[in-house]
Design a protein around this ligand. Structure first.
Ligand code: PEP
Ligand code: MG
Length: 555
């Protein structure tokens, strides 16, 4: 947001400090000019095409074996495309017949394949983007420019870019990406959530990030939201010492000082995340974001494939609760097989459960897969739908779950409408989970991905807290639990306020469990209620936060 001497100030998005050299997200691979080769050089140019394609394929396949989860899947799919002989053969023909340079020949050959796929429509059309990705990688190999996507320079680095595409975020490796700095994004953007999950310090909404140069040493403070250029030796040493200090350990229990149990659960995105959550001692999973298993996929995963992914998560929590959220596609998390047509305002468009209107089969097959996974494992499976706005949607979803024998069906409350209607909605749903990221976005009319409105994007906004209170009171009327699975649950100072507002469970990135449990243990249930009243009574988010922090005496 601003600069103080050599310190750039943005928005804190993931805590921690790290020092390292800047590596920038590469710019788009430029379109090569249409240049003709001198006669007699066609053979060498043709050989260059095939050699570059197999180099790209080898590199991607090798990176796929080193990566895991979605990253590995995405890399394998791209490697297979680079290995497809049709593209290289067409490019070679263009080199020989039209005497195009290898890079222009690849560009045109890929363009032809992509247009053909687009003309077929449906899932095939979605493949066009993958073809263009492979094109860019082969052209980069031929011209010596940096390939697209998260770079792999062979040493740890601070990644700097405008923002990351959802498919790029799957490529972040916490062993090499020391910290993340973006010009765009807000504190609850998915890039920020992923950085927190991976424990990568991050600063977002930092316009000055564009001035950071490749290789420059910076100190990123994701707790304060600052990036220091030319940091002093003592600052570097201090950052190293703090990041080496061991994190608090979670005992497995969430309890207030007077012994009231608050379930502390984990948010997970895939089987690897479930391993981390179980190791961190989470009681169960309060939010399994299933769409993250399939980001970057052109086609709907088969039921068998889904069963495999879901079982791998459930297997980590035998006898424990796992709340599976059905696909939350759209807006910031596009899934190509559920993509609506063009929307001017996708956050207000066909996303979450709304996609089931045009694609009822996708929801039906997902529920079948969840039911099969649930039958095969001993976890206590609850299912919930994202982006509910009405009682009718709730009723339809609960009925769809029941038709698959899934008898614990709930909803996410992440629209003001759902919060305000909760006394009706909770008469139909078995439980609810407050998605405070979207609830904040829709209450404050502030795009969670937009740097310019990042200051508004905090669940400490009294208006958001009031909606949390209303949602909880709707649950209480019917004696049904209302949890929180948005990022608010991971804020140790906000946790007692949420409990005081009536929230019964908190689900968060596993890294936050210990700190949230530690603060909860310092307050009684009555003090939580007092803190909730105090926060609700403030005129601004900052006043609410400060008032609560002043009251809580940490151990
Ligand atoms: C939320 O909106 O708070 C939530 C948990 O869902 P997501 O962040 O995946 O949109
Ligand atoms: Mg949401």
């Amino acid at each position: 947001m601003s600069t103080e001497n050599d310190t750039l100030i943005g928005v804190a998005a993931s805590p921690g400090r790290a020092v390292g050299p800047v590596v920038r997200m590469p710019p788009r691979v430029p379109e090569p000019p249409t240049t003709r080769l001198p006669r007699g050089t066609e053979d060498a140019a043709a050989a260059a095409v095939t050699e570059a394609a197999s180099r790209v394929e080898r590199d991607l396949a090798e990176r796929a074996t080193r990566a895991s989860g979605t990253a590995s899947d995405v890399l394998s799919v791209t490697a297979a495309m680079a290995a497809d002989p049709t593209l290289a053969a067409d490019a070679v023909r263009r080199v020989r017949e039209d005497r195009l340079t290898p890079e222009r020949a690849v560009w045109d050959a890929a363009g032809a394949v992509a247009s053909q796929l687009e003309s077929l429509g449906g899932p095939m059309a979605e493949r066009a983007r993958d073809v263009r990705d492979v094109r860019d990688r082969i052209v980069a190999a031929l011209t010596g420019v940096t390939p697209p996507g998260v770079p792999s320079p062979g040493h740890p680095f601070v990644l700097v870019g405008a923002d990351l595409a959802p498919a790029d975020t799957a490529m972040l490796d916490p062993d090499t990406v020391l910290a993340l700095v973006t010009t765009r994004g807000g504190p609850t953007s998915h890039t920020a959530i992923l950085a927190r999950t991976l424990g990568i310090p991050a600063v977002v909404a930092l316009p000055g990030a564009s001035s950071l140069t490749e290789g420059e040493k910076v100190l990123v403070d994701g707790t304060l939201g600052t990036v220091s250029r030319s940091p002093s030796e003592s600052a570097v040493e201090d950052a190293r010492r703090r990041s080496a200090a061991s994190a608090p350990v979670f005992s497995g229990h969430g309890r207030t000082k007077d012994g009231a149990e608050i379930e502390l659960l984990a948010n997970v995105a895939d089987p690897a995340g479930a391993v981390t959550a179980a190791e961190a001692g989470a009681l169960g999973v309060g939010l399994f974001r299933t769409e993250f298993c399939f980001l970057g996929r052109g086609e709907e995963p088969t039921v068998d494939e889904q069963v495999r992914e879901y079982r791998a998560v459930l297997a980590r929590f035998p006898g424990r609760r796992v709340v599976v959220r059905t696909l939350d596609a759209g807006a910031d998390k596009p899934l190509r097989f559920l993509a609506p047509g063009h929307e001017d305002n996708p956050a207000l468009g066909v996303r979450g459960l709304r996609t089931a209107v045009d694609h009822p089969g996708v929801l039906d097959r997902q529920l079948a897969a969840i039911a099969a996974a649930s039958a095969a494992e001993s976890a206590d499976v609850w299912v919930m739908a994202p982006m509910i706005a009405t009682v009718d949607e709730t009723r339809d979803f609960v009925a769809a779950c029941a038709s698959h024998g899934l008898d614990h069906a709930g909803v996410m409350i992440e629209t003001p409408a759902a919060a305000l209607q909760s006394r009706w909605i909770m008469g139909v749903a078995d439980f609810a989970s407050l998605g405070t990221n979207d609830l904040t976005q829709y209450t404050m009319a502030a795009d969670r991905d937009l740097a310019g409105v990042a200051a508004l994007s905090t669940p400490w906004q009294p208006a958001v807290l009031e909606l949390v209170r209303v949602a909880c009171s709707g649950g209480a009327v019917h004696g049904r639990p209302v949890g929180v699975c948005g990022e608010a649950a991971a804020d140790p100072w906000l946790a007692p306020v949420l409990v005081g507002l009536g929230v019964t469970s908190l689900s968060m990135t596993p890294r936050a469990l210990a700190e949230v449990a530690a603060v909860l243990a310092t307050v009684t249930s009555e003090e939580c209620a007092d803190l909730a009243r105090l926060a609700l009574d403030q005129p601004t988010a900052r006043a609410a936060r400060e008032a609560v922090r002043l009251r809580i005496v940490t151990p």
